[in-house]
Design a protein around this ligand. Structure first.
Ligand code: CP3
Length: 370
């Protein structure tokens, strides 16, 4: 039996995702539940980051914090979790180190170090291993009580692979470049395995109550255009191709799918043909150029203010919003755009400045505003 959830009161983002003309563009922000919010630190207390992800009560509380603080200004929520739960489900240890970010004590260093074979051979049951995520999603849907739709998400195979071999964030990407240029076939085999897990993981998130999904390819921009075609694009495409039939098999309706290939500006045209409904843009894109590249394809764009503008003055925020509204051609199109930042919101942003950003979007996209 599927869960029954309270009726949706705000379906703006779902209407835009379907290509409809709407009254104003929907808004949400990547990492909207996070460290810039004082209530996040309070609710998290001394708990470990992944411990919060694994506790549906805590994860749902954190997911709801921005929805409550910015009531009436935000049009979607995103489940509090992390992309690195997939490598964890694959048997890898991942720690979140305070102020440093994720750390893998035993990253995959070469195809013949034994661990690679183990990871490749291991049967991963994402239904069982990530059960806490589905529980958090179901509980969050209930607590949201229909206020706004809920996003599920996963990391893109390429980005997860980067973390699994680098062991954390990186500047040089020495390990990952060694893998793709020395061991391309072993790299592709692992990317394929991750892709299959992503499909099942996303399908189970939808079953649990996720109403849209996003695939985060945060490290796409580390690839050259030629290597993006080999190591990212086929796997992003695989997910978009296989998720809808998997949902159908499970007796579920398709959901809007977002792809966010951060930094791969050269791949925007390709991203529009990967099978996703929505393409996320980082702030390196000029919105007007992006709209031109989309052309008459039924693609919705999402983005793309520089998150750094939130460190600026209100005048700077107003200017950035004005440029964005104009760049996406909102007043002439009234469709095809979901407002977001060009990447996740960063720590130390004043939550009132984010509120001002939201208010400016609302003000400057009103029907009579130009
Ligand atoms: O509000 C939301 O967007 C939902 C929650 C969410 C988190 N991580 C919570 C989080 C989402 C969607 C993610 C995705 C994620 N995680 C990505 C893709 C998006 C992106 O930013 O590119 C990536 C690359 C990760 C991996 C990750 N997790 C990093 C690099 C870090 C540390 C750096 C940082 O900005 O904090 C995390 C930790 C993390 N994930 C925090 C949160 C709220 C901070 C944890 C803390 O210190 O309390």
């Amino acid at each position: 039996m599927e869960e029954q959830f309270p009726p949706l009161q705000n379906d703006l983002i779902l209407r835009v995702a379907r290509g409809e003309t709407v009254e104003r563009p929907p808004i949400w922000v990547m990492r909207q539940a996070g460290r810039y919010l004082p209530e996040y630190h309070e609710a998290k207390g001394g708990r470990d980051f992944f411990e919060c992800c694994r506790d549906p009560e805590v994860a749902s509380t954190l997911t709801l914090q921005p929805i409550e603080r910015y009531a009436g200004l935000l049009d979607a929520s995103i489940i509090f979790s992390d992309i690195l739960v997939i490598p964890q489900a694959m048997g890898m240890v991942v720690e979140m180190v305070d102020k440093k970010g994720p750390h893998f004590p035993n990253p995959l260093r070469s195809p013949d170090d034994g661990q690679y074979a183990e990871v490749m051979q291991r049967h991963v049951d994402v239904a069982k291993e990530l059960d806490y995520v589905y529980k958090a999603i179901t509980l969050t849907r209930k607590k949201l009580n229909g206020r706004v739709p809920l996003f599920g998400f996963c990391g893109a195979p390429w980005t997860l692979f980067c973390y699994m071999v680098e062991g954390g964030g990186s500047k040089l990407f020495k390990e990952v470049k060694t893998w793709i240029y020395k061991y391309p076939e072993e790299t592709k085999a692992l990317l394929q395995k991750i892709s299959e897990l992503c499909v099942e993981y996303l399908a189970l998130q939808v079953k649990a109550g996720a109403q849209l999904i996003q695939v985060f390819d945060s490290w796409a921009g580390e690839l050259s255009p030629a290597s993006f075609k080999k190591f990212s694009q086929p796997y992003l495409t695989y997910i978009a191709k296989h998720l809808p039939p998997r949902l159908k098999e499970m007796g579920l309706e398709p959901v809007p799918m977002v792809v966010f290939p951060k930094g791969a500006w050269y791949a925007l045209d390709a991203a529009c043909d990967m099978g996703y409904n929505i393409v996320g843009l980082d702030w390196l894109h000029d919105p007007a150029e992006a709209v031109k590249i989309v052309g008459d394809r039924p693609i919705v764009l999402q983005g793309n203010a520089d998150p750094g503008v939130l460190y600026g003055s209100h005048a700077a925020i107003t200017e950035a919003v004005t440029e964005m509204v104009k760049g996406f051609g909102w007043h002439s199109r009234k469709k095809g755009w979901i407002v977001n930042l060009g990447h996740g919101i960063t720590p130390f942003v004043n939550p009132d400045d984010l509120k001002f950003f939201f208010q400016e979007i609302h003000r400057l996209t009103k029907t009579n505003a130009q």
